[in-house]
Write a protein that binds this ligand. Sequence first.
Ligand code: ATP
Ligand code: MG
Length: 508
Amino acid sequence: MSKKVKFLMTFRARLMLLLTSFLLLTFVVVFLLDRWANKQSDEAIEAQNRQIRAAVNSGYGDIARANTIAIQSLTSERFLYEEVSRSQLPPTVGNILITDREGHVKDSTDPDMVGQFIALPDKETPQDRPEDPVLHKYEDDPDIPRTYFHPITTTKGLHWIIIITSQQPIVKEIEAASQMLSDKKRELSNYRLAATTGLLLLALAVVVTVGWRFSRPIDELAQAARRVADGEYDFRINIRRPDEVGQLASTFNDMIGGLKVKHELEEKLNQAERAAVIGRLTQAVAHEVRNPLNVINLSIDHVSSKYAPEDEKRRGQFTSILSSIKDEIARLKYLVNDLLNYGRPSQMAFKPLDVRELVEETVTLVRAQADAQGISLDVEYTEQNTEVMGDRERLKSCLTNIVINALQAMPQGGSLATNLYRIDGWVEIKITDTGVGISDEAIQKIFEPYFSTRVSGFGLGLAVTRSIIEDHRGSIVVNSKLGHGTTFIVKLPVASDLQKGKISEGLN
Ligand SMILES: Nc1ncnc2c1ncn2[C@@H]1O[C@H](COP(=O)(O)OP(=O)(O)OP(=O)(O)O)[C@@H](O)[C@H]1O
Ligand SMILES: [Mg+2]
């Protein structure tokens, strides 16, 4: 019987454990990934800020340096364009102009501007404007110029230092920093996507494996159930698992065993029912046949004594024909008696008798038929005592049944050997034929009542024989090889002096 499954071994518990661990793993992976991505992102933003700060600072530094160059130029005799080549200007500075109070350009890094006029701010304070007063570019210009106006008073009066800057290098720096940040973000999002896909694939693999492991035995069970439904009981499911499925398989196997036993019992019951019906029917027929047989027998006796022909030769033939009719009737009577007696408690007349005589009589009885079929009869007797206690007529009918079966198994002729010998306290009769033999399947059933392979057989001969021999405390066994022949061995206990004494006492 199947045992109770420990909770931790159950499929339910294992599935829950597996799913919980998987969820925990997912949680830990997502958490760590998130923390790592945040750190990376913070670092990237910090780097971007640093880059932007550096760019802005360098812009302010450039204006300060341009201012210093302009102030130095105020005290110098040389023009700005002579002292500072364009390439020496700070990166964000496009042009430096110095004007007088009215806006006439006195000096410039661009020689063409010297002598030109620039519109100045209204108030004499430092200020800046989003335009280039030289090239007249405005805020929507890609160059994004910005112009710083610084009023400065020297010994030569009020002057304006005008520094025209281009924001483009700063913008480029900031754009580069933003690009770096978005690159980093894309890279992180790719990592996240890869990790999530990996986790999903792992989950898929786990689901497929668990599903397959769980559904495969169920599939086997379903197939097994179909086989049982088709009436197959000689197989077992080979699922050894410590969980509910294993328990189910073991219960299923127990169930197949139980069903097999039940099925066999049902078969036996059906067979017994059939046998009982046939038995009753045949016994009724036998009963009806017995009386006419007696009448026929008596009539033949009457005919043979009253109507025998005068002529010697014809009388001989007449008597021979009538005696074969009588032989056949005698056989019919045996059969009828077998049928009537089968299944009834037998009333035997036990007396000491020599089996040797029984064998001799049986062989004599079948000799004519054996000759007609071309069968040689060979008999061997032991010199030892072969006396048993038994019912003469019944034991003789046993031997006759076996010998007649043997003759029927040799329609094309053959040989029939009968050996009578002693082994310890047993008398044994071995009857061997060279007939058709018995198949392995049939040999299991030949002692069952109503089993017959012959068209005109009742299948009672051996059933009755075994029952009679067992009533004599003997046994009967058979050995056969299909196509080679069959041997029956009947064993009867030797009559002891004690038994003989009891019988004679009973008789007196
Ligand atoms: N010597 C034998 N060789 C081959 N088959 C045999 C032999 N003896 C018995 N059998 C088989 O055993 C079956 C049963 O024998 P059994 O004597 O009980 O019945 P039966 O001969 O068929 O009919 P009946 O009741 O008329 O004797 C036979 O039908 C036959 O198939
Ligand atoms: Mg028979």
